[in-house]
Design a protein around this ligand. Sequence first.
Ligand SMILES: [Zn+2]
Length: 409
Amino acid sequence: MALHIYRRHRRDCKAGYAEDSLSSEFDERKKGWKRCDCPITASGTFAKKYRRQSTGQWEWEAARAIVTSWEQAREWGGGSPTRPPNAASPESLTRITITAATQAFLDRISTKGFEPATESKYRTFIKQLRAFTDSHGYGYIDQLTITDMDRFYASWPDGKRAKARKLHKLTAFIEFCVKRKWLKEDISADLEPPEGHSIPANKTPFTDEEINRILAACGKFKREREPQPGYRQTSGEDIKDFIYVMLYTGMRISDVATFDTSLRLNGNEIFVRMHKTKKELYTWVPDWLVNRLRDRERLYGPRIFALSKSHSLSVQTERWRIKLQKVFTLGGEFDEPPVPHKFRHTFVRMLLERGIPVGDIAELIGDTERTLLKYYAKWIPSRQARLTSILKEAFSDRPHDSEKVLSMR
Ligand SMILES: [Zn+2]
């Protein structure tokens, strides 16, 4: 039974809408809508009885979560026969199901403008959390205790860094619930990231020699003999294009695998990410690369690196990972295990060596200047070398008048 939800404006409506007038989420998305904080109300029928009840919320996201919770329980908020013993003073809490709370959290995440790869990690995390709560037979978020969090955390098989990142997501989710009064307290406060989680992963870029070797290895890549229906055959040239984009944009493998020219490519500029200031951030690529990408677009449509019809980020990414690994193997011996992420590090190295300011590079890859200084210090040229390089670049296309100077003497 789906409930109907709308906002009912109060007499003292901040935006001045008429008392008892109604507005829907859809109405409020229209241009020029004035926001107010009148309460969102639900109406509908449970057990053949029609009722109207305020959700006590004024944000749609939170109201929807509560309403979903009521729908799942098939009763109006409040009393539940399965109230757990640990839910002290339930009056101050809004009872909400885990499904509704996690969905509301994901809705919030999707408004943050994260990169698709990051967003998909949040979804994976929520899936794991739901599997855990299902296995314990929990239906409501307030059934979770500190001990549950300890157990959940202890069950993660991940490495140190991955564990620390996942803990960050758990804390964010718990905080989200506490703020909305779905949880009484921060039950994840006791958890700490594993010792040594901040020791850097291998951030070593490829050397120029290694890059040349990898590009040459693309020439040795053999097409799969039998094309499978629904899948695109890949050649060494395809893999080269893929590598060039990683190398020239610093984008992650998943973002390149799902690259869409209609969304990312504009002239010589490639959209890399949303900046903190909500402005779009572009990187510049040379003509020859633009031409290669436009050629692909003519052949394959805007999703130039899609290897199958699947729109799944992980499916496309994994297929590319396998192909790149084949090329690495054809490329011979490497000092350190070659992984696709190293192209991103190489992008950083190349820009640093060119004297591009650290702050600019940090913005392009969406990292902080501090992290960059920490991990890439080795490739940051001395002040003098950087200045020289920037000056050389700045004067490279200026008129060269050396002969005249000589003749005037
Ligand atoms: Zn109002």
